[in-house]
Design a protein around this ligand. Structure first.
Ligand code: HEM
Length: 412
């Protein structure tokens, strides 16, 4: 299919319906080939914005904190809505030396030493839940497994009590899947506020009686000799929970859905023909759960002869960059043995995902548990796609598992 320039203008990337109702593969290919700096015109009351679709341009923009900033938001919803309330205080929307210092603190609290313990919990939980699902014949993987792994992981990292986790999960779903059926912008805003209020209470508790969790570590941290305020701690807890829950969940759902549909790739995994780490990267490239991130122009710059002016919004589309034929051999093929695999699922440059190690641990444990406990699985009913201009994936995934009796006999 060839998409003409006029047809390109008809595709509104600000509208969640665009992603739910169309396969954009041909659109992205045409943009990469003919309009690598594309202007998404104003529509539906939203401002226009630039769209970058090539892998190389996305990387260059992520790297460039001279012409671009994250401080006016880093996703369309905040960029178009006039900014992010956490600007200058929440890691993802802070730039410059403050970002550097804050990132050092978060990298420390997410260091392998701290995560070693968490990784063991991820392994134990994942193996238990997959084993139970296989033994019972099947489940809604999205709800019963993918819905539990990331939230339990981040909650144990932050020291969120067991009994509050279900409640927090429902809030994060409402906070991010803004356009999901039945969740409007008002409910979503309320959910975001409730998360912040919830963490405010926990921070107060930890100031009085610290533990060995990440919140207690943040509470004890200083930036340039000034202790982090309660609000700063809360905003960054919020960003860990928001950043680490839905992205990992959607990736795991996409992983199982794709493996069910591609028996040859499943066979390669099952028979140990592909390294787990290599497979994890392909799962991430394939899912690309965050379709875009964005920046605002702070100094005039030019790309492919197109001038971008201060105040304008530039969006970077992983959905396209991770399928760029200039970088990936057979980009439309899901190949668990793909190397090299320079995917952009975690972004690039100074804001590269600080939770990438944890996310990879979660996906690796999922692949290993599937490999060990089941001989194969099939999807038994259609999945429900989420509606968003930021995230992509499915909220349901009914599957039937075939048990691997020898794997199940082994005690972990
Ligand atoms: C940043 C994706 C998991 C926390 C980012 C960015 C991307 C990303 C693309 C860059 C944003 C930008 O440049 O504006 C993902 C994906 C994940 C994942 C695809 C799972 C498959 C996690 C987890 C955590 C986390 C598990 C927390 C434990 C963060 C934070 C940032 C970030 C705090 C901001 C980093 C900074 O600005 O320096 N993530 N992420 N993410 N992510 Fe993740």
């Amino acid at each position: 299919m060839t998409v003409r320039t006029t047809a390109l203008d008809a595709v509104d990337l600000g509208d969640p319906a665009t992603f739910a109702e169309h396969d954009l593969g041909a659109f992205w290919r045409t943009l990469r080939d003919t309009a690598p700096v594309h202007w998404n015109p104003p529509a539906g009351g939203r401002k226009g914005f630039w769209v970058l679709s090539r892998h190389e341009d996305i990387m260059a923009t992520y790297r460039d904190d001279v012409h671009f900033t994250s401080e006016r938001g880093n996703v369309l919803v905040t960029l178009l809505g006039g900014g992010d309330a956490g600007a200058g205080r929440m890691l993802a929307v802070t730039d410059g030396p403050r970002h550097h210092e804050l990132r050092k603190i978060l990298q420390r609290v997410l260091s392998p030493r701290v995560l070693d313990e968490v990784a063991r919990t991820v392994r134990a939980n994942t193996r238990r839940w997959i084993r139970e699902a296989v033994e019972s014949g099947g489940c809604d993987f999205a709800e019963e497994i993918a819905g539990r792994i990331p939230m339990t992981t981040i909650s144990s990292l932050l020291g969120v009590p067991e009994e509050d986790r279900e409640f927090l999960l429902s809030l994060t779903k409402a906070a991010l899947s803004t356009e999901d059926e039945g969740v409007g912008e008002v409910e979503s805003e309320m959910a975001r506020n409730e998360i912040l209020m919830y963490f405010m209470d926990i921070v107060e508790e930890r100031r009085e009686s610290p533990g060995d969790d990440v919140i207690s570590m943040l509470v004890a941290s200083s930036l340039d000799g000034v202790p982090l305020s309660d609000e700063d701690v809360v905003l960054n807890c919020y960003s860990l929970i928001i950043g680490g829950d839905e992205t990992s969940r959607l990736t795991m759902i996409d992983c199982v859905r794709t493996l069910a549909a591609q028996p040859e790739e499943w066979r390669r995994l099952k028979h140990g023909e592909v390294a787990i780490d290599t497979a994890v990267d392909e799962v991430l490239r394939w899912a690309s759960p965050t379709m875009h991130f964005g920046r605002s122009v702070v100094r005039e710059t030019e790309l492919h002869g197109v001038r971008m002016r201060p105040g304008e919004i530039v969006t970077l589309w992983h959905a396209s960059g991770n399928r760029d034929e200039r970088v990936f051999d057979r980009p439309e093929t899901f190949d668990l043995g793909r190397t090299p695999n320079k995917h952009l699922a975690f972004g690039y440059g100074p804001h590269f995902c600080v939770g990438s190690y944890l996310a990879k641990v979660e996906i690796a444990e999922l692949l290993m548990a599937l490999r060990d406990f089941t001989t194969g699985f099939e999807q038994t009913a259609e999945s429900l796609p989420i509606r968003s201009n930021f995230l992509t994936g499915f909220s349901t995934l009914p599957v039937r598992f075939l048990p691997d009796h020898s794997g199940l006999k082994e005690v972990d």
